[in-house]
Design a protein around this ligand. Structure first.
Ligand code: NAP
Length: 320
């Protein structure tokens, strides 16, 4: 068995969303002195997807709601309070082929006896300028998070998969009308979800179309969209009070793909009921390993699991 040099850290955590910071809080309180790479904006989204939302009303413990960035600042402070070392740097590459694991950042090599990956997933966006300007002001990629704010309004959902149909159905609880805008003339969603959506009188469909532009960044709110029919090229304007993107997510796992097992969509595979990857000593938590729940609270929950799994792994190695 390879000898671990004394400079190897107990635990390196990569990622600074609810999963990474929760892992850090638990690991720091267990005296593991974790080092956490927060990342830089160019590599992802430090603080995770909550940095892109406005008010969060479903995170337990905040009965009056809290702004997403403020919640992440609290997570960060709590992690730091117990001695987590925070580095605002991106990880450039990793080597998990042998222990201690190697993590390279800004030309420096860090050694770690265990690693927790918490790099999250990023919602896919259309890539139009108005969408970016209105994120958090009527444009969202999470109906569960933001649907409540659209009570009594008409909204649009872009996409044709299970997420689009699920989010549209969910949004009918709040919105008076939900229009699904899909780029083809058939949904990709499962049959049962499609049937449910077609039967819902509050859901309408616009086929073969995409959103060309969202209005109105100047007013800092969504007032309507310009739709483009992809078959005819025709542009039409429609009023709406909100736009939800449901065109898929991309897990931020590129860095690890040749090192650990990922599924066909790039989500890191973990053992059922655990955060263990196929590499002993490397754990994954949060959205990078979860395409299903994708909530801040579930990410935090798996972050806690990862810290406990890493702690147990280190204990077993030390007593071996
Ligand atoms: P998805 O199945 O990949 O669907 C993405 C949708 O967005 C597709 O309809 C796609 O159109 C459209 N799209 C992609 N890029 C676009 C673009 N640039 N402009 C316009 N439209 C675009 O993603 P998902 O719906 O998030 O689902 C991901 C996975 O989670 C799936 O395996 C799904 O079954 C699963 N899921 C399951 C449930 C459930 O069972 N309750 C709920 C949610 C998600 P095309 O159809 O033309 O490709």
């Amino acid at each position: 068995m390879s000898v671990i040099p004394s400079e190897a850290r107990n635990l390196v955590i990569i990622g600074s969303g609810p999963a990474g910071f929760t892992a850090a809080i638990y690991a720091a309180r267990a005296n593991l002195k974790p080092l956490l790479f927060e990342g830089l904006a160019k590599g992802g989204q430090p603080g995770g997807q909550l940095m892109l939302t406005t008010e969060v009303e479903n995170y337990p413990g905040f009965p009056h709601g809290i702004m997403g960035p403020e919640l992440m600042e609290l997570f960060r402070k709590q992690a730091a309070r117990f001695g987590t070392e925070l580095l605002q740097q991106d990880v450039a590459n990793v080597d998990f082929s042998k222990r201690p694991f190697k993590i390279v950042s800004e030309g420096k090599e860090f050694l770690a006896k265990s690693v927790i990956i918490a790099t999250g997933a990023s919602a896919n966006w259309l890539g139009i300028p108005s969408e970016k300007a209105l994120q958090g002001y009527g444009v969202s990629a999470c109906a569960t998070c933001d649907g409540f704010f659209f009570k009594g309004k008409e909204v649009m959902v872009v996409g044709g998969g299970d997420s689009a149909v699920e989010e549209a159905t969910f949004l009918t609880k709040f919105a008076t009308k939900v229009t699904i805008v899909h780029r083809r003339e058939a949904l990709r969603a499962s049959k049962i979800m499609q049937d449910r959506a077609f039967a819902n009188k509050n859901i309408d469909f616009i086929w073969d179309s995409t959103i060309h532009e969202i209005k109105d960044p100047a007013q800092k709110k969504v007032t309507g969209v310009i739709l483009k029919n992809l078959k005819t090229g025709a542009l039409t304007e429609k009023k709406t009070g909100g736009v939800f993107m449901a065109i898929g997510h991309t897990p931020n796992s590129e860095l690890f793909k040749n090192q650990i097992e990922v599924d066909v969509k790039g989500y890191i595979k973990v053992r059922a009921g655990s955060t263990a990857t196929n590499v002993p000593g490397v754990f994954a938590c949060g959205d990078v390993q979860d395409y299903k729940y994708r909530q801040a609270v579930t990410a935090a929950g798996t972050g806690c699991m990862a810290a406990l799994d890493a702690e147990k792994f280190l204990e077993e190695r030390e007593s071996a």
